[in-house]
Design a protein around this ligand. Structure first.
Ligand SMILES: C[S@@+](CC[C@H](N)C(=O)[O-])C[C@H]1O[C@@H](n2cnc3c(N)ncnc32)[C@H](O)[C@@H]1O
Length: 194
């Protein structure tokens, strides 16, 4: 099993291997639901090598990208916020938030705080696309990361229109080894009235 620490050094190496991979389908599907960018704002939380941020920029979005160690080219509609999630105290208003394989890499108290910021920043009808880790994951039990039961993951989206829900619960490759992945892939639309 892969037991390397998920620190900035790890992510710098990981992000350096991502060049040329396809845009993640979760973001593609979220963009289809959200409609044209047209200068609207999207947030990419844990943007890494910026592949999904670039797809958003190419579709006309203004992008606010956040990561502890981003690896991205500049663009006139891109703001790169070099920051760890625990340091976030606000997010811009947004019509799409994508957090691909990033939010679980923080302790539960930080996750809850950042989740609240995300929900506050998402405009009515905005699209939220995230990967969350489940309790059967190989890494579950690591107190520096956040894992959910299916029910607890569902509860995060109370009041939202959950348009896509997939659960992966199987062994598979990881950066530097293999592991058991337990992941919830979710796309949900924010309510128009609370
Ligand atoms: C597995 S990569 C995912 C990259 C990309 N979002 C994707 O969908 O492939 C995780 C990214 O999240 C960032 N990250 C992990 N934990 C973080 C934290 N606590 N604060 C800020 N960024 C973090 C890492 O630096 C890395 O770039």
């Amino acid at each position: 099993m892969n037991v390397v620490p998920h620190d900035d050094d790890h992510w710098t190496k990981y992000n350096g291997t991502q060049t040329g991979r396809p845009v993640r389908p979760l973001l593609r599907d979220a963009m289809s639901m959200a409609g044209p960018g047209g200068g609207r704002t999207a947030i990419d939380l844990g943007c890494g090598a910026g592949i999904e941020s670039k797809a958003l920029l190419d579709a006309g979005w203004t992008v606010h990208a956040i990561d502890g160690v981003p690896l991205m080219d500049s663009h006139e509609r891109l703001t790169v916020d070099v920051r760890h999630f625990a340091e976030l105290d606000s997010l811009p208003a947004a019509d799409l938030i994508y957090a691909g394989y990033s939010l679980p890499y923080q302790p539960p108290d930080s996750f809850r705080r950042v989740w609240t910021l995300m929900l506050e920043s998402l405009r009515p009808g905005g699209v939220l696309a995230v990967n969350l880790f489940g309790e059967n994951d190989s890494w579950a039990g690591d107190e520096s990361e956040t894992f959910f039961s299916a029910d607890a993951a569902r509860a995060l989206f109370d009041g939202f229109d959950v348009r896509y829900w997939a659960e992966e619960d199987e062994d598979g490759p990881a950066f530097g080894g293999s592991k058991h992945w337990h992941v919830f892939d979710v796309i949900a639309v924010a309510p128009f009235s609370p």
